[in-house]
Ligand binder design. Structure first.
Ligand SMILES: [Zn+2]
Length: 86
């Protein structure tokens, strides 16, 4: 029997080798990247596989350089001025 991995945060069972999306932000630019991770079925914590953090760093670097490396999807609405924290 395989010993299933447990979440380091909550102790829940971890679903191995999932594909998850990460939203990467650099100033006001945002990119979506796919990474592989083991994901906790209880709290949703994603434990990134080796090398996946490099994808996130690369995406931030691409945004910083102003490169449009992929399709433009969706819109971003700036509600910072109109919706205030209470
Ligand atoms: Zn968890």
């Amino acid at each position: 029997m395989n010993q299933r991995q447990r979440c380091p945060l909550c102790g829940g069972l971890v679903k191995p080798d999932q594909e998850v999306e990460r939203v990467v932000r650099e100033r006001d630019d945002v990119a979506i990247v796919r990474v592989r991770a083991d994901v906790c079925a209880d709290c949703g914590e994603a434990l990134l596989h080796p090398g996946m953090a490099d994808r996130i760093v690369a995406a931030k670097a691409a945004l910083r350089r102003g490169i449009q490396a992929g399709a433009v999807v969706g819109r971003v609405f700036d509600l910072r001025a109109s919706i205030q924290p209470s």
